[in-house]
Write a protein that binds this ligand. Sequence first.
Ligand code: CDP
Ligand code: CDP
Length: 223
Amino acid sequence: MSSNIVIAIDGPAGAGKSTIARNLAISLNLKYLDTGAMYRAIALYVLHKDIDPQDKDCVKSVLKKVNLDIKTKSNGNNLVFLNNQEITDEIRQPEVSKAVSYIAENFAVREFLVEMQRKIGRDGAVLDGRDIGTRIFPNADFKFYLTASIEERTQRRLCDLLKEGYNTTYNEVKQELLRRDEIDQNRTYSPLRMAEDAILLDTTNMTQKEVLSKLLERVEGHE
Ligand code: CDP
Ligand code: CDP
């Protein structure tokens, strides 16, 4: 397997992108980049500064103060640093999830991240996000679009949040995922949509292992 292949994994929240992308990267000995973590890091910075995430000009004006760094742990997880401080766990907080889609519809933010993501991925990587196959790497070697029913995605995200100690309900999580998907799909710049040449996989009734095997089959079958 060539070591500089680029694999794009896009799809809505809770479809299993990060988990699968990380495991695929490990299996193929490639770098893994969670691009959503970068948007979350900017959202966290904005919240820390008490800036309204929807105030596009103000958010744009503080981007020059944001220094992002992504490192990879031995288990393949991304460690996220904002201005030299590790924020890997903090960016998963529900307040960040609430704000992040407003940050991601800001053109200045997307432009700020696009080059960084291309630079990290261009020598070979598995990247997951919303616009990897459509905007970041339109010529990626493989493009996958993962999805699952809203009920299944809610269940998965609910379980993760409860495990991490957050107090929430099925309905709260479901409304939050629907709200975020709606903003992500309808924004002007790089909206969430499946690339025409992407392979669609509905993972509703699939285990992680089954999803990983399917993706590996596709990638290794094309060696
Ligand atoms: O893991 P989860 O599905 O909750 O979301 P994420 O991948 O951490 O991404 C958080 C948010 O960042 C998304 O809801 C999008 O608004 C935005 N995002 C984006 O616009 N483009 C990407 N390539 C990745 C994330
Ligand atoms: O990145 P994205 O928001 O698309 O999903 P994720 O953060 O990877 O979360 C998906 C959750 O569902 C994780 O806890 C996985 O263990 C679980 N899961 C999955 O990813 N894929 C399946 N086929 C079944 C469960």
